[in-house]
Design a protein. Structure first.
Length: 212
């Protein structure tokens, strides 16, 4: 399989984590979103949304949208299970995953920040305040949705989404001490090699030079 990915993309991070947890082999093909690689005609032919991630299966089939990709992976390679089969458990886990993927992420990505700066004249400080506002608002809801107690030994899709969004929270200066259950989930997940290996700082196209 080939995973078209950007190192700092939290959606790509989600899929890398899921693939690693399933112990599936894949080749990472970097797509530099800052340089505009996603707008190249050959990439747009793969992913009409011009985003990442894009997963190309061994048979050439193309999948886009991180949660859809994870659902396919989980249905095709059931172990370890990332999405519960029992309807109520599934609904609760997906509600948390959607709170990250549908409430926080759409207003916290490169495209939105670009529009805020270019169309509305937002300063870097205003852009940072925007990012922090929506992460804090989303994390406040998710913290209330999470059960008390230790996270599951093997993370599910909710844990993956929380951990990847926590990366953005650190990047934009959100203090996770206000969200102890979220912080505990992130710490637990990053102790798992499959997820640590998926971390942005550990990607071949990491431009920062940092490693975790």
């Amino acid at each position: 399989m080939k995973l078209y990915s950007y190192w700092r993309s939290t959606t790509s991070y989600r899929v890398r984590a899921a693939l690693n947890l399933k112990r599936l082999a894949y080749e990472t093909i970097p797509v530099d979103l800052v340089a505009g690689d996603q707008n190249a005609p050959e990439y747009a032919a793969l992913n009409a949304g011009k985003g990442v991630p894009t997963l190309v299966l061994d048979d050439g089939a193309v999948l886009t949208q991180s949660l859809a990709i994870i659902e396919y992976i989980d249905a095709t390679w059931p172990q370890p299970q990332l999405i519960p089969r029992e309807p109520m458990a599934r609904a609760r886990v997906m509600a948390i995953a959607h709170a990250v993927a549908l409430d926080i992420h759409p207003v916290n990505n490169l495209r939105i920040i670009g529009q805020l700066k270019s169309r509305f004249g937002a300063t870097p400080d205003q852009a940072t305040d925007w990012m922090r506002h929506w992460i804090i608002e989303g994390f406040t809801a998710i913290e209330a949705m999470l059960p008390d107690g230790a996270p599951p030994e093997t993370p599910d899709i909710a844990g993956i989404c929380i951990t990847t969004q926590a990366y953005n929270a650190h990047r934009w200066g959100v203090d996770l001490r206000a969200f102890p259950k979220i912080a505990r989930m992130e710490q637990h997940c990053l102790r798992i090699p499959a997820i640590a290996d998926a971390h942005p700082d550990n990607q071949p196209d990491n431009h920062s030079g940092a490693r975790v």
